[in-house]
Write a protein of this length. Structure first.
Length: 573
């Protein structure tokens, strides 16, 4: 891993100073710091603060809104199609990605984050682990103000140390969900040494992640919103660590990683999800205080994601119009159509009443209108008309290939002509998703209606999501473990649409080999003599997914080459 043996001073070069520093900066302050010289790395208290903050840069730099071709990951699944005929997504869709050209190769990025954690913890250990003394080094003359700044830095550093361990666990999860078993690196290496480290097994990586979480979770801040450091909201908390643990164990129990269906793995996932739910439901200042947001559409817009009690942990991004510019319809000034939802997905939204002739989008799950722009709907103060001759005529260059446009995450009426900007913040963990983790794990461990003494069954958790304010979908009628499993899969598809879960869900369930090899569809839109719209489904793209080869990403060939034979390529690559 070439980024594991970088020069020590480079770990902070160009990284964002995110939280600590004499408590004068907001957590949103992402001004770049200059690289300190070697002469002051060990002698300035700000070095310790910089090293503590460095891992957060690797957490924040993977922008899920632009993770592939400057857009969401949805176009590699049956959720969406990319409008542009050129892009890295087609390597995925055509099965042409490999160890040399992987558009989602995050291997070195997450190992760089791991390196920054290792360096910070080793720096502490080298100096006796006494961060209070280190934070007092080379400070200005002590005054009442500087003393308080020092005390604040001490309090924040006490949280930063366990946060570093949890960040490292998170980086390993992101690696393991892509590559399976990966090398476990818990120390830095000198520049002259290229470590030859074999990959640990997937289960070994999971055990390490869980050990890190269990060891350090109780040292984290319970809730930054209710602390005296509210400007630090966005750093890891107890609730976020517990949500990570539940997600990791859910993946570990899933068919891809648990082909023998060892129920002990499902029990562990259910227990972890239960612990996370109980913490999330606590309403005291030391609890998660989480609940489902009352407006599904608005939750994902602007600053709402940061402020809502549904959010367990979010990544903050600078205000921009990149997402709107990429995904507004081409007929909207400044729009480029971007990724357009598929008819496969639209057709999965349930009817809530009798279908209306000529309007297949009426009386549907309200999350359809909240997430997807359909023909005949109003978007940005105009009616979408994709029929021949309409303003959104699909024969226009770069018009939607599917007959739909993305709405989730996109703010309304952003003036792209005058380059107006708006916030976009990514929910890493939210209460709705945690309830679905709980529902899936509990169903597999105990069935849909056995709460095992927890007071919440899988069915109740699933129906909480369906009945969320503003959605109010009826309770599921699925009976039995198998039927309820399908209900969970459906609910994740709808509730979590475009949140970059779908690909990983299909892979871990073992469903990718079927669904990812099916054509994705759209609708041809015409009008009859009466002006009524007619919708005709048609194939838009064929897709390729080769299993079991593509269940895991290939290790970058460059890493194979420098490992001296220690790192073995994943099967099939």
């Amino acid at each position: 891993m070439r980024l594991l043996y970088n020069r020590t001073t480079k770990v902070i070069a160009g990284l964002a100073i995110l939280g600590l520093t004499a408590c004068s900066k907001d957590f949103l302050d992402t001004r770049l710091d200059t690289q300190p010289g070697q002469n002051n790395v060990d002698g300035n208290y700000t070095s310790l603060i910089q090293f503590a903050n460095a891992p957060y840069a690797y957490f924040q730099q993977v922008n899920q809104f632009s993770i592939l071709d400057g857009n969401l990951f949805a176009a590699v699944t049956d959720e969406a199609v990319q409008t542009n005929s050129v892009g890295s997504v087609y390597l995925f869709n055509n099965g042409n990605w490999n160890q040399f050209t992987n558009p989602d190769d995050r291997y070195n990025h997450y190992y760089a984050g791991i390196y920054s954690v290792n360096f910070f913890l080793e720096y502490l250990a080298k100096n006796g682990g006494n961060y209070k003394a280190l934070l007092a080094t080379n400070r200005d003359t002590i005054t009442a103000d500087t003393k308080q700044n020092y005390l604040n830095d001490v309090a924040l550093m006490a949280r930063a140390i366990p946060e570093a361990h949890i960040l490292r666990a998170y980086f390993y999860f992101e690696l393991s969900k892509r590559y399976g078993g990966v090398p476990l690196i818990t120390k830095t290496y000198p520049a002259s040494e290229k470590p030859s480290v074999a990959a640990s097994t997937f289960d070994e990586v999971v055990s390490y992640i869980i050990s890190e979480i269990d060891t350090y979770k109780n040292d984290l801040q319970p809730n930054w919103k209710t602390s005296s450091f509210t400007n630090q909201d966005g750093r890891w908390t107890v609730g976020a660590a517990l949500a990570l643990k539940a997600r990791v164990l859910l993946y570990a129990a899933s068919p891809l990683h648990n082909p023998a269906n060892n129920n002990a793995k499902w029990l562990a996932a259910a227990d972890a999800a239960k612990e996370a739910i109980l913490f999330a439901q606590r309403t005291d200042n030391d609890g998660g205080r989480n609940s489902l947001d009352g407006n599904y559409r608005n939750y994902f817009l602007g600053s709402n994601t940061l402020l809502s009690n549904e959010t367990i942990l979010a990544i903050r991004n600078p205000a921009s119009n990149d997402l709107e510019r990429a995904n507004y319809p081409i007929a909207t000034a400044g729009g480029n159509s971007g990724i357009t939802p598929t008819h496969n997905l639209v057709n999965a939204y349930e009817y809530t009443g009798t279908p209306v002739p000529g309007n297949p989008y009426a009386n549907r799950d309200p999350r359809l209108a909240a997430s997807i722009v359909t023909n005949g709907s109003t978007w940005n103060n105009r009616v979408i008309n994709q029929a021949p001759g309409g303003i959104d005529d699909r024969r226009r260059i770069n018009a939607s290939k599917t007959g739909y446009y993305l709405r989730k995450f996109l703010n309304d009426n952003v003036d792209l002509v005058n380059n107006a900007v708006t916030p976009h913040n990514w929910p890493v963990f939210r209460y709705g998703e945690l309830l679905l983790v709980y529902a899936e794990a509990m169903n597999e461990a105990y069935g849909p209606d056995n709460d095992n003494g927890s007071g919440l069954t899988a069915r109740q958790a699933l129906n909480m999501v369906r009945a969320r304010p503003g959605v109010n979908m009826p309770a599921t009628t699925a009976t039995g473990q198998t039927a309820f499993r399908d209900a969970v899969k459906h609910e994740r598809r709808i509730e979590l649409a475009f949140e970059n879960y779908r690909y990983w869900d299909l892979v871990r369930w073992g469903d990718a080999v079927t669904i990812q090899n099916q054509p994705v569809t759209g609708v041809e839109i015409t009008q009859n003599n009466l002006g009524d719209f007619i919708y005709t489904p048609r194939t838009v793209q064929n897709r390729v997914f080769i299993a079991p080869k593509m269940n895991y990403y290939p290790f970058p060939q460059s890493e194979i080459n420098i490992s001296n034979g220690a790192l073995i390529q994943n099967p099939g690559w």
